[in-house]
Design a protein around this ligand. Structure first.
Ligand code: URP
Ligand code: ZN
Ligand code: ZN
Length: 485
């Protein structure tokens, strides 16, 4: 991964005899890749000049899309340790070929300045997979902010992120929320919300600290599920009032899920996302000895086994639409120690970008919770649709970008921080063995992972502009196997 690879062309590839899985298809066929696109799909395709890759016995999946990532981000007193080169290498090894990072606006910055700075960070550390940005709005209180927002949208960023949490830093007031939602409704933009009641959390945190409660487990105790559900209800109503489309990030509990299910049942334009940490960890992890509970400090916090079950059901029955990672690669040895004496000072977030596909295959598909089609839908097709990337991404079709994952459904892998690509020094899933792992990954026709190792170079990935948000496309069932070029 030393030299940049920007602009280099890739050799044609013929992926021979794999089982192609999309949301609607399950068939054995060859896939021809020329340049950056898929140019043919069929049986016994002639290889011509193409390099043949034997995919017999393997699944051929559309590259996964991770729409919730925090690379190279100052947050909560620390900076995440994966930059756009290393973080996208970690994404690639896990079968993610496009990620969308949050372009956070920080105090003193205009939105335009913030976006420029984020694009600079991507240029400084060129990515190995494709990268988009969401505009994360924390301050609108200056002249021209909405004009800037309109220009940013027209420039290929059709999603805003706002917070009802993190009082005193990122939290927006309800009137600002309404103004953002009205602007989004007018501009074909999706509003993503971190929904927790920041005022209530702030009060409960101050009270706990006054009573001398400093340990990590107080992170969950001061961020109750109902404070998340209340904020979820509120942003659903504000979005509806404004005529906006809403995407609730990192849904962690049954109570929030219920609010989303009710809204969707009424036909309101609301989508929900959860993340592996809410399916595999619970509040008892915050009680791990020797301050290890700090590894599980992320927001919203891990909940209960009953909440985990509800989330699995939400993934299977369609109340939830996406599994993203909320990858926030802090270190335990340095970053998490900032909150040794005060749980509220522990930087919020945990790593996880490279195991999402393995976990959903092992604990979702192999455990019989949903099938391969639904897995592809949750990890690739629906996020591509919602975030303006489909049909270039999120499917396997003639004319689509050759973002492909050859996945060995029998390959065993033990998740371990010591061998992960992320520079974080821990994993929430340490020691967990999964069956099924990516072996080869391409990004627009370039091989970036081979034999389960990262071989991609900085610049194999690129910044992607995205199409305006289209609610009809976001929920469309299935997709054809051929798209226009
Ligand atoms: O704990 C988390 N999730 N940290 C990252 C920022 C956010 O809230 O998504
Ligand atoms: Zn969040
Ligand atoms: Zn996040």
């Amino acid at each position: 991964m030393s030299a940049t690879n920007a602009g280099a062309s890739s050799e044609p590839l013929l992926i021979r005899g794999g089982r192609i899985i999309t949301t609607t298809e399950n068939r054995v066929a060859d896939v021809l890749v020329e340049g950056e696109r898929i140019t043919a799909i069929g049986e016994d395709l002639p290889a011509g000049q193409a390099r043949e890759l034997d995919a017999r016995g393997l699944l051929v999946l559309p590259g996964c899309v991770d729409p919730h990532v925090h690379l190279d981000t100052d947050f909560g007193g620390a900076k995440t340790v994966d930059d756009f080169t290393n973080g996208t290498a970690a994404a690639a090894i896990g079968g993610t070929t496009t990620l969308i990072n949050f372009a956070m606006q920080w105090p003193g910055q205009t939105l335009a300045q913030a976006l420029d700075a984020w694009k600079g960070q991507i240029e400084e550390h060129p990515p190995i997979v494709d990268v988009g940005l969401h505009m994360a709005i924390t301050d609108l209180d200056y002249a021209g902010s909405f004009d800037e927002l309109d220009a940013i949208t027209r420039g290929g960023i059709p999603s805003y992120k706002v917070f009802t949490a993190y009082k005193g830093s990122a939290m927006l007031s309800d009137d600002d929320l309404l103004r953002v939602m009205e602007s989004a409704a007018a501009n074909d933009v999706l509003v993503m919300v971190h929904a927790e009641n920041g005022d209530i959390v702030d009060l409960l945190q101050r009270r706990a600290l006054e009573q001398g409660h400093t340990e990590p487990r107080w992170h969950a105790a001061t961020r109750p599920a109902l404070a998340e559900a209340e904020a979820t209800s509120r942003v659903i109503d504000i979005a509806h009032l404004a005529g906006a489309s809403l995407y609730v990030v990192h849904v962690s509990c049954a109570a929030s899920l219920e609010r989303i299910a009710n809204a969707r049942a009424k036909g309101w334009r609301v989508w929900g996302e959860t993340c592996p940490q809410y399916l595999f960890t619970d509040e008892s992890d915050l009680e791990r000895p020797d301050f290890e509970g700090a590894k599980y400090v992320f927001s919203p916090p891990p909940r209960t086994p009953a909440d985990q079950e509800a989330l699995w059901e939400g993934l299977a029955d369609g109340v939830l639409s996406v599994v993203a990672t909320d990858h926030v690669p802090f270190t335990f040895a340095r970053d998490k120690q900032l909150g040794r004496d005060d749980f509220s000072a522990i930087p919020n977030g945990a790593p996880g970008i490279e195991n999402r596909l393995q976990l959903m295959h092992h604990f979702g598909v192999r455990a019989g919770r949903f099938d391969l089609h639904r897995m592809v839908d949750l990890l690739s097709t629906t996020p591509a649709r919602i975030f303006g990337l489909h049909p270039r991404k999120g499917t396997i079709a003639v004319g689509a970008d050759a973002d492909l994952v050859l996945f060995d459904p029998q390959r065993r892998h033990t998740i371990c921080a010591a061998t992960q690509v992320s520079h974080s020094d821990y994993s929430l899933m340490e020691g967990v063995e999964v069956v099924g792992s990516p072996t080869l990954v391409t990004v627009r026709g370039r091989i970036v992972v081979e034999d389960g190792r990262v071989v991609g170079r900085p610049g194999d990935g690129a910044y992607v502009s995205r199409a305006p948000f289209d609610p009809a496309a976001a929920d469309a069932p299935g997709q054809p196997l051929a798209v226009d070029g």
